[in-house]
Design a protein around this ligand. Structure first.
Ligand SMILES: Nc1ncnc2c1ncn2[C@@H]1O[C@H](COP(=O)(O)OP(=O)(O)OP(=O)(O)O)[C@@H](O)[C@H]1O
Ligand SMILES: [Mg+2]
Length: 246
């Protein structure tokens, strides 16, 4: 299975009729089993790109090839739960075929057992995000798209959930696309990191991480972080010197 993204441009028209270019040409592909990470400044167009990739926004130039039969799991930037349905109902509605055992396992992993019958209005943002993660994983997706799924969680919980995401991603041959502002999450979860420019977003750097996720030691993670910092600094040097870094 393979996801091919060849966006040549995307713009929004404001209420005043002005055109705002949001995406410059962006081109990449993801294979089954790969985690691609999008990292870029706030407002550069990441969520817009995800909506296009998911087929929720057709008003763009270019093409996106998703396997037509791919099951999609999505965690939006805001949890987007149905307010009049319980936590459990929210997950079951998205994944009607999920078994009781699978659901219990997901609730255990995401520490949601005590909240099964709660309604979204009774949840903190962090809890609601975990429900959104449970819903995405319950689908057993072929394409998993995560828009800042660990934002607003404390460091300890974010770390545990990041490990669980890694375990779940390894449990099935899916394609995963993650948006994050955390270099640490990117290095620990990603196979290929795409660094985006400010709006209109384009890929300024692509960094493949050759070491398999499960085999990355703390020392290797630190080495990748140093290499990244070096590249980012070099790129800033290039920008200051007026050179194109694409
Ligand atoms: N429906 C819309 N109509 C008009 N402009 C929009 C719309 N959606 C997004 N934009 C604009 O497009 C740009 C990119 O927005 P987007 O939400 O994709 O950014 P982002 O990279 O996800 O940012 P963040 O990291 O803050 O989530 C912003 O300038 C935003 O104001
Ligand atoms: Mg966003």
């Amino acid at each position: 299975m393979r996801l091919e993204v060849e966006i040549t441009g995307k713009s929004f028209r404001s209420a005043a009729g002005e055109t705002h270019e949001v995406l410059a040409p962006v081109r990449f592909a993801l294979q089954s089993g790969e985690v691609g990470v999008l990292i870029g400044p706030s407002g550069c167009g990441k969520s817009t790109m995800l909506r296009i990739i998911l087929g929720l926004d057709h008003d763009f130039a270019g093409r996106v090839a998703r396997p037509p039969e791919a099951r999609i799991g999505m965690v939006f930037q805001e949890p987007r739960l149905l307010p009049w349905r319980s936590v459990e109902q929210n997950v079951r509605l998205a994944a009607p075929e999920v078994s009781d055992a699978k659901l219990s396992e997901l609730f255990r992993i995401l520490e949601l057992e005590a909240h099964r019958s709660h309604f979204p209005g009774e949840l903190s943002l962090g809890l609601a995000r975990r429900v959104a993660l449970a819903r995405a994983f319950a689908v057993e997706p072929d394409l998993l798209v995560l828009d800042e799924p660990l934002a607003s969680l404390d460091d300890a919980l974010a770390g545990r959930l990041r490990d669980e995401i890694a375990t779940l991603v390894a449990s099935r041959p899916m394609m995963t696309l993650l948006v994050t502002h955390s270099l640490d999450d990117a290095i620990r979860l990603g196979d290929r990191l795409f660094f985006l420019s400010p709006r209109p977003a384009r890929i300024v750097q692509e960094l493949p991480i050759a070491i398999p996720r499960a085999a990355r030691s703390e020392a290797e993670i630190a080495a990748i972080r140093t290499e990244l910092a070096r590249r980012i600094q070099a790129e800033q040097g290039d920008v200051h010197a007026g050179r194109d870094v694409s």
